[in-house]
Ligand binder design. Sequence first.
Ligand code: HMG
Ligand code: MG
Length: 298
Amino acid sequence: SLPKEVIIKEVGPRDGLQNEKEEIKTEDKIEWINQLSETGLSYIEMTSFVHPKWIPQLKDALEVAKSVKRKEGITYSALVPNMKGLEGAIEADVDEVSIFMSASEAHNKKNINKSIDETYPVLGEVVDEAKKAGKSVRGYVSTVFGCPYEGKVDEQQVINVCKNLFDMGIDELSLGDTIGVANPIQVRQFLNLISTEFPKDQIALHFHDTRGMALANTLVSLEQGFFIFDGALGGLGGCPYAKGASGNVATDDLVHMLHEMGIQTGIDHDQLLKAGQFIQNKINKPLPSKQMNICTQK
Ligand code: HMG
Ligand code: MG
């Protein structure tokens, strides 16, 4: 049977904005996140502490993360690739840090400039130090269902990377379909496999909607009993180191589908769309989600 409640983690301010070419004003990012805090979301990934040359849009990470008005009951997180990133995240006093690596060598190298084996000790130290600082840690694995450079990624290889991250002590794993190549049969098979390895309450699904498959893949995941999903409001975003990758599944489309199915999210759909309109005006082009399209035409 399907879960009665789903947890949605909003990653738009990080995964969405990181791929926007036009610079968004720091004050607008802060205002947007403050609006997201009023929608009933329980989790917001605010920014990332990566090298500004790699992701210029998020060079104001410290100011954004420090200035957001934190609301009780919401977990505010930030992405960090290494100790330098963690220092920023701790200075900003985020609640949780997200580490990340890829299941495929080529994407890992392009994204964080290291081989998979070179990445483990870097992330291991980040997890240890984050825990000492009282932060929970989320681990992303990218290219779980396919890599833009290597194609299909061996399932056992993916499981190994996941295991290594859990061994470091991460609290939750987010499985990334970085370039939106997964299909529902593939997702069902992989989730079947992973269910025997790790608990479902520690696994999130992070679908990009590059080929319009994200909601279908979400449904299959729900049927397998998974109930934590990442989304970006309006479908904003992509991965700058994965050619052709478009945004995450749109949080507003996801919430719409779940509510129509009688599954609760705790999110106010109207408030969500208002926050969507705010950022849509700032990026100055239509957001790709269906729900934003409907509400903009009204
Ligand atoms: P590197 O050049 O190998 O770093 O980059 P390094 O350790 O050799 O250091 C070089 C210089 O960078 C040094 O400065 C460091 O201080 C500085 P210098 O001494 O030359 O003046 N540096 C930093 N500066 C600011 N913040 C930092 C930092 N670290 C080092 N954190 C690095 C390695 C990881 C830094 C780089 O490759 C990078 O920033 N990559 C970020 C890539 C990225 O953000 N990608 C998008 C996010 S991942 C994603 O979208 C996928 C996900 O959504 C899941 C999915 O969809 O699959 C999560
Ligand atoms: Mg992503």
